[in-house]
Design a protein around this ligand. Structure first.
Ligand code: SF4
Length: 323
């Protein structure tokens, strides 16, 4: 078993990253950057460039399966393989085949999906996801008025249909579900709206409800994070749901020291292309030493590959020119 395998050299795999929720996670990115059915005001990956609900084979399914087969063949130590990235994974019409491939060829790995739930009203999409171990859908709005402000959906998306789709998936599957609610202060945190979200979440009956808030610079400068007291208040309003506040914690000690040191540049670019990161985020995600990451980031800044953006939590780095 290799102890130092990383996804450098792969086009559709990224990490593994030490995820604060999932442990050591290999990312699978099946969608070109910012092809999405939503354009959330807090999106860490920036503004949506192609808003669509159309399911297509945006990237050849066989190419994704080929990369996974090559990567997983040596049984690298991972906690989970996670469909995520800078777009909505369920827009890819081959996601069911890729899940099936992993579960059949590499059944020891847990498989998770981060999704905006906009395609859950479609029974055919839900059927493709039944073999997942874990789904983490987002639900920030109980009605279309709030949805239109927080998530700015493309035509054809409705909050009621998303909720019904999630209720149906819970009924149809044995997949664990952690429902994520992203709090945008002043928009979706009023008590009457939270009460409607609570009612919706009680119907969905997820295993966990996770409260999240702005952590990295998003596309809209007016979006600010909810403070801890506000999140505590919201958590108590959502009782008796199993609510947890997703707080930033130090990286897991399971973060592997990955090989492929000569391509640390590429791995840093690969991570910040998906979302802005501080040096601490990069150290945690890459399992590399702070000195090495600092030095590599400094050089990338000198070459104008990375741009620094000071924020409350620290200095975030993003690509100067999105790729
Ligand atoms: S946060 Fe997710 S669902 Fe929202 S715009 Fe970004 S990629 Fe799409």
């Amino acid at each position: 078993m290799k102890q130092d395998q990383s996804s450098c050299g792969y086009k559709y795999l990224f990490g593994p990253v030490a995820s604060r929720r999932l442990g050591l996670s290999l990312g699978v990115d099946m969608i070109p950057a910012k092809v999405c059915s939503l354009n959330c005001v807090y999106c860490e990956s920036g503004a949506t460039t192609r808003a669509t609900l159309e399911r297509r084979e945006y990237i050849p399914t066989e190419a994704i399966i080929g990369e996974l087969d090559t990567y997983l063949r040596d049984r690298p130590p991972l906690d989970v393989v996670t469909f995520s990235g800078a777009g909505e994974p369920t827009l890819h019409s081959g996601i069911g085949r890729v899940i099936e491939f992993i579960k059949k060829q590499y059944p020891d790995y847990r498989v998770a999906l981060l999704t905006n739930a906009t395609l859950f009203p479609d029974a055919a999409v839900r059927a493709e996801l039944l073999a997942l171990n874990l789904v983490i859908p987002s639900l920030d709005a109980a009605d279309d008025a709030i949805l239109s402000v927080v998530n700015r959906p493309t035509a054809g998306v409705s909050a009621a249909a998303m909720i019904e789709g999630l209720v149906a998936f819970r009924r149809e599957s044995k997949t664990s579900m952690w429902l994520e609610i992203f709090i945008v202060p002043g928009i979706n945190d009023a008590e009457d709206h939270l009460e409607r979200l609570r009612e919706a979440a009680l119907r969905i009956a997820p295993d966990r409800v996770q409260l999240n808030t702005l952590d990295r610079p998003g596309p809209e400068p007016w979006v600010v994070p909810a403070d801890r007291a506000a999140l505590d208040r919201i958590a108590s309003l959502l009782q008796p749901l199993p609510v947890e506040i997703i707080a930033r914690k130090p990286a897991s000690s399971t973060a592997m020291v990955m090989g492929c040191a000569e391509s640390l540049n590429d791995r840093i670019v690969s991570l910040v292309r998906r979302r802005p990161c501080t040096v601490a985020d990069l150290v945690a995600g890459l399992g590399a030493s702070a000195d090495v990451v600092n030095e590599t980031v400094r050089k990338l800044q000198q070459r104008k590959v990375l741009t620094a953006e000071p924020r409350e939590r620290g200095v975030f780095f993003r690509l100067t020119t999105p790729r």
